[in-house]
Ligand binder design. Sequence first.
Ligand code: SF4
Length: 359
Amino acid sequence: MGNSPPVFKQILSELGYDVVVPPPPSRRTLDLGTKYAPEFACIPFKILLGSYLEAIDLGADTIISTGGVGPCRAGYYGELHRGILHDLGHDVDLIIIEPPLKRPADFLRAMYLLFRERKAPLWKLPDIFWRAWLKLNAIDCVEKASHDIRTFEIDKGETTTVFRQCMEILDAAQSKIEIKEATDASLELLSAIPQDRSRDPIKIGLIGEIYVVLEPLANHNVQVKLEEMGVLVHRSIYLAEWTQNNALTNREYDVKKAAEPFLSELVGGHGRNSIGETVLYAQKGFDGVIQLAPFACIPEIVAKSILPYVSRKLNIPVMTLFLDEQTGEGGIRTRLEAFVDLLVQRKKKKEGQLACVGI
Ligand code: SF4
């Protein structure tokens, strides 16, 4: 999911596994998953299934993945994936790591299976996980920096090229010192990109279900597309932050509190967060919000049904993009352009200028 594979590759290889990293999700991955998944499964399910099949093609005999809890089907993903893979004749072990706070027994069982075959001695484990955690945070930090810069870059596409180099540098870093040096070097490379800071971009908050928010294939790289259109985009979810606030501790009080007047119940997935984050973006003066929702994702459908009220009440435009394997690149681009034009007009009107679409 997103830029996290180097972190998990590092943990597993240091535990002594021969690691097969499936290629980054592509159209082929999605087609493979769609072919064998139930028709109304959500897009994360299909991409994951496609990735498992690609990893099996590359020789994987054990698959390690993460699970989920709450009133949405993520909790059944593991079982369903396991059943489909076995029905297809693949004799693979599927180890699902459940959230430790919500399902401690399942989490410990997965840890037992994971460590059963490990070659690293027990005393090394804290160091292995600590360095992986540092790396995950470093990746988030560098990615955030890239998003702060892309909107202002002078040569379109340069930030994306430099960011790829940064990910290679971070991938190679293993020790604490190397991770620190790789982070500094990456931030330096990014800040050297020529920028025009006199621009006054509109600001959009990106919310929605975690997998489609983090996985560029699932969302057609909306954040980069918007930034290349000159929009400043703030993404509500980064993996290290999310892990810290949800899997390791139970935080995000501000988001829950902000959602409370509109939706006080947990509806599964990121449904309640989508409401709370929209409220916070409105309070922070953002020009608009885009919700990324997997087609047929109940938590995001619940949020979507409440968002028009939030939008009217707090005077912030919200656009929902439903995503599945049928969603086309062209359609997404057209809708993004139309939404950005609308926000530009609104902003100019607010500032007392003559609004003009397309400028
Ligand atoms: S939150 Fe939505 S997309 Fe994610 S697993 Fe649940 S139903 Fe599927």
